[in-house]
Design a protein around this ligand. Sequence first.
Ligand SMILES: C=CC1=C(C)c2cc3[nH]c(cc4nc(cc5[nH]c(cc1n2)c(C)c5CCC(=O)O)C(CCC(=O)O)=C4C)c(C)c3C=C
Ligand code: FE2
Length: 432
Amino acid sequence: MAEPDKQEFTSILKKQVSRRDVLKAAGIGGAGILLGAAGVGGAFALADVLPDIQKKEKTDAIIPFYGKHQAGITTRPQNHIYFASFDVTAENRKDLIRLFQDWTEAAAAMTEGRPVGDESDNKFLPPHDTGEVLGLSPANLTLTFGVGPTLFTKNGKDRFGLRKKQPAELKELPKFPLDSLEERWTGGDLCVQACADDFQVAFHAVRNLARIARGKAVLRWAQAGFQRTKQASSKNETPRNLFGFKDGTVNPDVNDPAELNKYLWVQPGDGADWLVDGTFLVVRRIQMFIEVWDRTSLKEQENTIGRYRDSGAYLGQKHEFDPPDFEKKDANGEYYIPITAHVRVARGDGKEKILRRSYSYTDGIDPKTGTFDAGLLFICFQRSLSEQFIPIQTRLAQTDHLNEYIVHRGSAVFACFPGAKKGGYIGESLFS
Ligand SMILES: C=CC1=C(C)c2cc3[nH]c(cc4nc(cc5[nH]c(cc1n2)c(C)c5CCC(=O)O)C(CCC(=O)O)=C4C)c(C)c3C=C
Ligand SMILES: [Fe+2]
């Protein structure tokens, strides 16, 4: 019987298998057996345990690629994101369609945990799949595809005969006051949002899509992001951002189709028939001055956001999901939730709702200042940019107290296709 070594054990634990599951799978029901590396000697064979664990993970870890809507929008946010923006270099419509067809086939395979392309025995050619996820589960991988305004028209040119299909809504966002956008984090003809519970799986997906795109599209910018993992907390609580606050509490109910049709999915009559059941994505790379924040009093932090840091409740309330009372005043006659608090300004009169699905990022340091380049890869989905994101961001840019601690460095908008049907391809409605 082979004895598991310490490294193998760490890997079992990382797979979030409880001690009881391991014992059960190994056929050892009794309590009192210590699983520390030193204490396991000969208790059971690792090989006896792994297949069951992996089988369990495989079935749990697949999110269907095909469907009415693309996955990765109302999907419960996975632990990791790798977001990539591409510029199209294909010169004709046929090659562009081919790219979407090839991406569809690869995306369907990868989300099911299959390698990209056929396996080849020819050792004199590069393998079709880059190989780093062989033996891994797909880890709830979702791949969400979108097209930016410049795919339709660039410098006044109708690039692929798509000008008539460009939704009136799909244009560059206005420049908001305080924006400090950099070309290297901005724009793009196409986007791929890869989310997974394993970073290697998410990165592998984009890496392979970029390989497939060779000669048809090139990477323009990319950003990795993270949330706390399910290993760190199996409770399904709202994740915290790098300012330490719960972020994502107020969102449309993804289980309420009426709400989603109202705020998320493009509807017939919205002016872009090919996009019905799709949605608009906004991504903003927002740097957060975490060193400045860390020198700020808790009271100032909470007044800036308008919620308590620890409970996540609105100021003046007890629990995270208690509704706000924006009129409530303290003993000094001051509003509990200040006029410039982020949540008050973001909510406005409550008419605009967006589906936020953001991730934290950290990207080393700014060599000039020695401070972290860290922040929020803010992502939101909505049925209309002009009636949802733009009015909210216009208000925030004008009066949000949070502006003292953040700066928007990157920005892009994309129209995310409806879901693909088996046998069809992503983006098909745009070309038919
Ligand atoms: C244009 C939209 C928004 C941007 C950009 C944005 C940036 C941003 N937000 C936080 C932190 C929090 N935001 C919270 C709530 C919240 N934020 C927006 C919109 C944008 N935020 C909305 C619509 C809301 C909900 C408002 C409401 O009705 O209460 C919260 C509170 C918890 C929550 O509801 O998620 C936090 C915390 C940061 C740090 C940030 C930029 C870096
Ligand atoms: Fe916010």
